[in-house]
Design a protein around this ligand. Structure first.
Ligand SMILES: NC(=O)c1ccc[n+]([C@@H]2O[C@H](COP(=O)([O-])OP(=O)(O)OC[C@H]3O[C@@H](n4cnc5c(N)ncnc54)[C@H](O)[C@@H]3O)[C@@H](O)[C@H]2O)c1
Ligand SMILES: CC(C)(O)[C@@H](O)C(=O)O
Ligand SMILES: [Mg+2]
Ligand SMILES: [Mg+2]
Length: 332
């Protein structure tokens, strides 16, 4: 059984007198910096240059400083910059400037698990990995809730790494929900698997394939969009609140029968084999190698992919339907 920690298992004490450097002010960086500050902790935002993130941090009441200046003052250094950038920032800005024994903290295990960063043995190295997007981490916190997270300890020379990980999890609101103890390996491999096969890749391609099938069969794109893409949120919201059982209760018997039979016909053993292949590629380190190579080439696949999606019939249709979707949203 997984070990789960909640608010009463965590205290802010181990980090309340520490200076916490949040490196990066993007998806997670902004949410963590604001939540940790609102939890009464001492946060300094460290950024590379005076660009958009800098402006946003100033607008939110921080006084950001350059990465090396944040690192010099910090007892706890949190990496909330893109995974592909972390090793360079570590090598050039963090390692030469960090206090001996400062903690290195991650929101995802990629750089440690795949050995792209080799931390000094004097540092505690731990992770707090929210199981949700950064904007939600902030939104739930401000509304009194919290996004669940995973915690893991990689190095623990102080013997206090887990308490500090739980303190940070509490500071960002995660222990209000619950925090599961894991390893860098388990978090890295499952997080990559989830975003590739379900959350980002799988769901998007499932919706797009269904949309395109209907359009190819001559149905109106607007009808196809409502059917295969827009309604997904409503169905997933019910799954989130009431599980698959609740969702199946909320749909017609016709949908239940069709869903229970055709779902398994479309998402069949072949798909599961491919999921296993995806998992194998992650576990062997091949995906990491491929992603590093893509990044080193200037991320052409990401650029082409984003452009293709931006111009796709799905997105054109969404833009045409935007007003209807906006008008229909609940008002409170
Ligand atoms: N996006 C999420 O919701 C999410 C969820 C869980 C875990 N994570 C993990 O959190 C970490 C941060 O991801 P993110 O999506 O918040 O990052 P992001 O892409 O939003 O990071 C943007 C920030 O990084 C800074 N940055 C970009 N390039 C930089 C460079 N070359 N040098 C220094 N700073 C640079 C930007 O100025 C900006 O402040 C990653 O380890 C990621 O895997 C992200
Ligand atoms: C939000 C996600 C997909 O869960 C995260 O893992 C990421 O990498 O952005
Ligand atoms: Mg991820
Ligand atoms: Mg994730």
């Amino acid at each position: 059984m997984a070990k789960i920690y909640t608010d009463q298992d965590a205290s802010l004490d181990p980090i309340k007198d520490k200076k916490i450097a949040v490196l990066g002010y993007g998806n997670q960086g902004r949410a963590w910096a604001l939540n940790l500050r609102d939890s009464g902790l001492n946060v300094i935002v460290g950024l590379e240059r005076e660009g958009n993130s800098w402006k946003q941090a100033v607008q939110d009441g921080f006084q950001p400083v350059h990465t090396e200046d944040a690192v010099k003052q910090a007892d706890i250094i949190i990496f909330l910059i893109p995974d592909m950038v972390q090793r360079y920032v570590y090598r050039e800005k963090v390692q030469p400037n960090m206090k001996e024994g400062a903690d290195l903290v991650f929101a995802h295990g990629f750089n440690i698990h795949y050995k792209l960063i080799d931390p000094p043995s004097t540092s505690d190295v731990y992770m707090v990995a929210p199981k949700g997007p950064g904007a939600t981490v902030r939104d739930f916190y401000t509304k009194g809730g919290g996004v669940p997270a995973l915690v893991a300890v990689q190095q623990n020379p102080s013997g206090k790494a887990l308490e500090k990980a739980l303190a940070i999890a509490k500071g960002i609101g995660a222990t209000r929900a619950g925090v599961i103890e894991t390893t860098f390996k388990e978090e890295t491999e499952t997080d990559l698997f989830g975003e590739q096969t379900t959350l980002v890749g799988g769901v998007m391609e499932l919706m797009r394939s269904a949309f395109r099938t209907l359009v190819e069969l001559g149905y109106q794109p607007e009808v196809a969009y409502f059917e295969t893409i827009n309604e997904m949120k409503m169905i997933v919201d019910i799954i989130y609140e009431k599980g698959f059982t609740g969702m199946l209760k909320a749909v017609s018997d016709t949908a239940k029968y069709g869903g229970l039979t055709v779902g398994k016909f479309v998402i069949n053993e072949e798909v599961r084999k491919r999921m296993l292949e995806a998992a194998e590629k992650i576990r062997s380190g091949k995906f990491a190698e491929e992603w590093i190579e893509e990044y080193n080439r200037g991320s052409p696949t990401i650029k082409e992919g984003l452009e293709e999606i931006e111009n796709s019939l799905e997105e054109q249709t969404r833009r045409r339907l935007k007003e209807i979707i906006e008008r229909g949203k609940p008002k409170s």
